[in-house]
Design a protein around this ligand. Sequence first.
Ligand SMILES: CC(C)(COP(=O)(O)OP(=O)(O)OC[C@H]1O[C@@H](n2cnc3c(N)ncnc32)[C@H](O)[C@@H]1OP(=O)(O)O)[C@@H](O)C(=O)NCCC(=O)NCCS
Length: 145
Amino acid sequence: MDFGKKKILPNGWKLAEIQDLSLLEEMEKIVFERSAWARFSIQSHLEHHFAWLKEGVGYLFYVDLGDSLELLRIGILPSKRKSGEGETILRTLCEFSSKVLLEVSSRNPPALNLYHKLGFKELGIRKSYYGPGEDAILMEWAKTD
Ligand SMILES: CC(C)(COP(=O)(O)OP(=O)(O)OC[C@H]1O[C@@H](n2cnc3c(N)ncnc32)[C@H](O)[C@@H]1OP(=O)(O)O)[C@@H](O)C(=O)NCCC(=O)NCCS
C-alpha cells in the first residue's frame, strides 16, 4: 500500500512498527481478554500485514489484498469507547481502498452497529463459526461514486 499517495492518518494515529509490539500486545489483552492474540501472532501480523495505532486509545490490523483490504482486528480501549475513535479510523481505512472485507461475530452488537453505520453489507454467514449459536458474519464495504 502506498501511503505517499494517500491522506495522512487522523490525529494521533500512526502506522505501527515492530517496536510497537509490546504496546499492541498490552492493548490486545485489555480489549480482547481471553481471546487476545498471542504475542507471536501480533508479531507475525506486524511483519506481514499492517497495523495502525493510537497510543492509549486503540489499534487496527488489516491485510492488503491488492484490490481490497481485509480488516482483521479493530480495538478501542474500554475507557476510550463511544467517542468516535473506532468510526473515525475505520472510515479512514475505507478511504484507502475501493473495497473492505471483514468478519464479525453475530454476538458483537457494538461492532455490527459500527459496520452497518459505515455502510458495510452482509455477504454471508458461517453458522456457529465462533461456537454454538455464535455465527461469523462476512461483511463488505464498497466505494460508491
Ligand atoms: C467495536 C468498537 C471498535 C467500537 O469502537 P468505538 O470507538 O467505541 O465506536 P464509536 O464511538 O466510533 O461508535 C461508532 C458507532 O458504532 C456503534 N457502537 C459503538 N459502540 C456501541 C455500543 N456499545 N453499543 C451499540 N453500538 C455501538 C454505534 O453505531 C456508533 O455510532 P453512534 O455513536 O452514532 O451510535 C469497540 O466497541 C471495541 O473495541 N470493541 C471490542 C473489540 C471488538 O469487538 N472489535 C471488533 C471485532 S474485531
